[in-house]
Design a protein around this ligand. Structure first.
Ligand SMILES: [Zn+2]
Ligand SMILES: [Zn+2]
Length: 346
């Protein structure tokens, strides 16, 4: 075991504090990573506040991790000391169910092992990336191409794959009309990736405040959803709508924006059930669906795609001591567009 520095939550209501945690010894198939940067995802905040279920404290969150391989186990073949690597939202899965065998470990029928707060296959509780080191099975470690700016790479491991996977699955490409609902950490990545895939992208945000950013990232248009006229102007326009918002939206209004065969895909997770009028699906053979992160193979594909197309998240790099302040700012939507912790300051 190695004792390493970390920032941990000790209860649902207290600020995160600097502490130490234990990392397991490097097993035959393990990779030990010196963490360089860790992104702050809204899920981290939901989790530490116990909004998504009971938590065993202390808990270190963070599932957008990049760093350098410091040590490898005797049977590791995929990674070598010195490689730039990443770890996303999961660190293990059953590897035997049909979804794991299909390379979609994110949908493991036994539940994938989350990067933090989950019971790992050795019985320990996983601890995430707001830390100086992590030990992960090599199969759940990604290669991070050197051409992606180092400090900006981390958010690709959650925000990047969460938006890439549905865009890829719903065959977004040249000429596809895509709308992105919500211009935040997920939304701005959805815009950049869909644009790089060749789609014509429109941003649907509450206001016009982020219009300049939308256009700068390649969107063709930006509309305010506060303006009722938006839903008339854009009726039956889109092939795919990626909804990144976790607040309760009027689903029927958004279904009305889909063309024939169009899909409204949720990647945000509202706490309350949503309702919709099925007639809005029947007319135009529309779909209402969801998507959750992506498998390891697809995550690697996303990283390579972002490297090839020169895409990276917009980030604000912070010292670890500012993590609680950063949480407040995420909650008030005051970040463009992702906070990343410099692990050297932990
Ligand atoms: Zn996340
Ligand atoms: Zn499985």
């Amino acid at each position: 075991m190695r004792t390493v520095d970390a920032y941990a939550a000790t209860s649902a209501t207290e600020p995160l504090i600097k502490t130490t945690i234990e990392r397991r010894d490097v097993g035959a198939k393990d990779v030990r990573i010196d963490i360089a940067y860790a992104g702050i995802c809204h899920s981290d905040i939901h989790t530490v506040k116990e909004e998504w279920g009971q938590v065993t404290y202390p808990l270190v969150v963070g599932h957008e991790i990049v760093g350098v391989v410091a040590e490898v186990g005797s049977e590791v073949t995929k990674h070598a000391v010195g490689d730039r690597v990443g770890v996303g939202c999961m660190v293990n899965s059953c590897r035997k169910c049909e979804n794991c065998l299909a390379g979609e470990e994110n949908y493991c029928l036994e539940g994938n092992v989350g990067t933090y707060g989950a019971v790992d296959r050795d019985g320990t509780i996983t601890q995430g990336g707001y830390s100086t080191e992590v030990v992960v099975d090599e199969d759940f470690v990604l290669r991070v191409p050197e051409s992606i700016p180092y400090e900006a790479a981390a958010p690709l491991l959650c925000a990047g794959i969460t938006t890439y996977s549905p865009l890829h699955h719903w065959n977004v490409g040249e000429g596809t009309k895509v709308a992105v609902v919500g211009m935040g950490g997920l939304g701005h990545m959805a815009v950049k990736i869909a644009v790089a895939m060749g789609a014509e992208v429109t941003v649907l945000s509450q206001t016009l405040a982020k219009q300049d950013d939308s256009l700068r990232y390649g969107a063709k248009a930006h509309f305010a959803t506060k303006d009722e006229a938006t839903f008339e102007t854009l009726a039956r326009t889109f092939d795919v709508i990626i909804n990144t918002v976790s607040a309760k939206l009027p689903i029927d209004a958004y279904l009305g924006l889909l063309r024939r065969n169009g899909s409204l895909v949720n990647v945000g997770a509202p706490a309350e059930p949503l309702s919709l009028n099925v007639f809005n699906l029947l007319g135009g053979r529309r779909s209402f669906s969801g998507s959750m992160i992506g498998g390891i193979r697809e995550t690697q594909e996303m990283l390579d795609f972002c490297a090839e197309h020169g895409i990276a998240p917009e980030i604000e790099l912070i010292e670890a001591a500012r993590v609680n302040e950063a949480y407040e700012r995420v909650l008030s939507s005051d970040v463009r567009y992702r906070f990343v912790i410099d692990a050297a300051t932990i």
